[in-house]
Design a protein around this ligand. Structure first.
Ligand code: GNR
Ligand code: NI
Length: 167
C-alpha cells in the first residue's frame, strides 16, 4: 500500500470531471486500498479519486471513529434526494478551512462496490453530506465554490500564502 499526495486548492486539476471506471480490476482495487490508507493517514472521513489526481469515478468514505468501516463507491449515482441541511464542512484539499454548506438531508445512492457488484443505500446525516461532498469532487467541484466570490478569493489567497510558506 502507498500514501498518495493530495491535491491542494487552488489547483486546476481539482476541477477535472472524472470518467466512469470501466472495469473493476486489480488496478482499481490497488487504488482503493491506497486511497483508504491515504484517507486514514490524513484523518479524513472521505476521499475522492480526483483529490489524488486520478480522474475516475471512485470515492472512499469512513465516518466511523475507529477506521473499521471503509465504504467504497464506484461510479456512484444519486437516485433520489430529500430535505435540506446546513452543515459545516472541511476538505483535505482545503486544509484548515471550515464553512457551512447546504446539502440534501437524505440521498439514495447507487454504485458498485470494490468487487464490482452493484448496491444501493439510503444515507442521512454525516454520511449523506460526505457522499455529496465526494461526488462534487468527481464533478470537479470543491465545497468552497458554494461560498461567495469574496470568501473564495480570501481562501485562495490564504492557501497560496500558506503554500509559499511551506515550500
Ligand atoms: O474529512 C472530511 N470531513 C468532512 C467534514 C464535513 C463534510 C465533508 C467532509 S469530507 C472531508 C474529506 C474530504 O475532503 N473529502 O473530499
Ligand atoms: Ni473534499
Amino acid at each position: 500500500m502507498a500514501l498518495l499526495p493530495i491535491l491542494r486548492y487552488p489547483d486546476a486539476r481539482l476541477h477535472t470531471r472524472a470518467r466512469p471506471v470501466a472495469q473493476v480490476d486489480q488496478t482499481i482495487e490497488r487504488l482503493i486500498d491506497d486511497m483508504i490508507e491515504t484517507m486514514y493517514a490524513a484523518v479524513g472521513i472521505g476521499l475522492a479519486a480526483t483529490q489524488v489526481n486520478v480522474h475516475q469515478r471512485l470515492i472512499v468514505i469512513d465516518i466511523s471513529d475507529d477506521h473499521q468501516n471503509p465504504q467504497v463507491f464506484i461510479n456512484p449515482r444519486i437516485l433520489a434526494r430529500e430535505g435540506s441541511v446546513l452543515r459545516e464542512e472541511g476538505c483535505l484539499s482545503v486544509p484548515g478551512i471550515y464553512e457551512c454548506v447546504t446539502r440534501s438531508e437524505t440521498v439514495v445512492v447507487e454504485a458498485l462496490d470494490r468487487r464490482g457488484q452493484p448496491f444501493s443505500l439510503q444515507a442521512t446525516g454525516l454520511l449523506a453530506v460526505c457522499i455529496q461532498h465526494e461526488m462534487d469532487h468527481l464533478e470537479g467541484k470543491v465545497f468552497v465554490e458554494y461560498l461567495s466570490p469574496l470568501k473564495q478569493n480570501r481562501i485562495k489567497t490564504k492557501m497560496r500564502k500558506r503554500a509559499r510558506e511551506t515550500l
